[in-house]
Ligand binder design. Structure first.
Ligand code: SF4
Ligand code: MG
Length: 325
């Protein structure tokens, strides 16, 4: 089985007096050992909710999450999310995810509670600090004594302490300045490779995942609309939303951190459009797109898309060759 396997995951939010929001509306996704998967989409598309459901911080309404073939996310009435030590999360804001009043060595040591390593805890903490590029003598310091990038390194060390087989990182570098961003991204990339660890890297910034992700899953309104190895996605997107995200990336010299969205508003997730959810914003929309909801299917062996332009099983159609706009 895959290291991480998500099948038909649904997460509903029930707000009293309002329509149910399907924040995650049927997502299937897998991550292999040592693989880096970028999960990309605009704010509000459900990617953070999906990430939280995978690590057990958010209850699934239906569907399954399995780690090496074992289910880790029970569903149904009364089910509580389970935190599996094999799944750890790194958050956007390392300051709020660290306790300001505890020494960072202690916070990292918390993650070693189930460790079977016979070596002293201080030695294991020192090793974890070293693996994120920090020296052992910072263990007695408090979070406020560190820069944003260093705090994110500390949060990563803490996530590594239980020796997870996969890390879900939700916008881990979005709060950092541009120079630190690449360092922390590179750190996560090399940790995934060195430890044969899966990494699900959640980001609103497609260009930020381009050089680090093996594969990219593009999410729109609670669904994955394209799942593809990174380079073919970049040169030849199969889904019009992926194409719009790529076209919206600012050119060199413009602030790459500025969120740029494809044209049109993101629809209300409690009342998604009929048919293909992207149809009100899609330059290729056909009559069928208004009534029929395309499923995510294999177009090529390693590429999936949910779009009526792409025939299941291929051959893939190049959007660039279709005469629109
Ligand atoms: Fe556009 Fe239709 Fe494809 Fe949806 S199914 S992305 S509306 S062409
Ligand atoms: Mg988010």
């Amino acid at each position: 089985p895959a290291l991480l396997d998500v099948q038909d995951a649904v997460v509903d939010y029930h707000v009293p007096g309002r329509a149910t929001v399907h924040a995650v509306a049927g997502v299937s996704l897998s991550v292999e050992a040592g693989e880096i998967v970028g999960l990309v989409g605009e704010s509000g598309c459900g990617k953070s909710t999906l990430g939280r459901a995978i690590v057990g911080l958010q209850k699934l309404s239906s569907g399954t999450v399995s780690l090496e073939g074992h289910p880790v996310a029970p569903v149904g009435r009364g089910a509580r999310p389970v935190r599996d030590r094999g799944l750890q999360m790194v958050f956007q804001d390392p300051y709020s995810s660290l306790n300001p009043r505890r020494r960072i060595g202690k916070q990292i040591a918390d993650g070693l509670a189930a460790s079977t390593d016979p070596r002293p805890v201080t030695e294991q903490v020192a090793e974890l600090l070293d693996s994120v590029g920090l020296s052992a003598n910072v263990a007695s310091r408090f979070p406020h004594e560190f820069s944003g990038g260093q705090r994110q390194r500390i949060a990563i060390a803490r996530a590594l302490a239980p020796n997870p087989s996969i890390i879900v990182a939700d916008e881990p570098v979005s709060a950092l300045d541009a120079s630190t961003r690449a360092q922390v991204t590179n750190l996560l990339t090399s940790l995934a490779a060195d430890r044969r660890m899966g990494l699900l890297f959640i980001s609103h910034d497609l260009s930020g995942v381009r050089h680090m992700a093996d594969r990219v899953a593009v999410m729109y309104l609670g669904r994955i609309v394209e799942n593809s190895p990174t380079e073919p996605l970049w040169g030849d997107p199969l889904h019009p939303y992926s194409e719009a995200l790529i076209k919206a990336i600012p050119k060199l010299g413009v602030d790459a951190a500025a969120p740029v969205a494809p044209s049109g508003e993101v629809p209300d997730p409690s009342n998604p459009p009929t048919g293909c959810r992207f149809h009100p914003r899609c330059p290729y929309a056909m009559d069928r797109c208004i009534t029929d909801d395309p499923a995510l299917v294999h177009i090529e062996e390693t590429r999936e898309a949910a779009c009526w332009l792409q025939p299941e099983g291929g051959p893939a159609r190049r959007l660039l060759d279709l005469s629109v706009v």
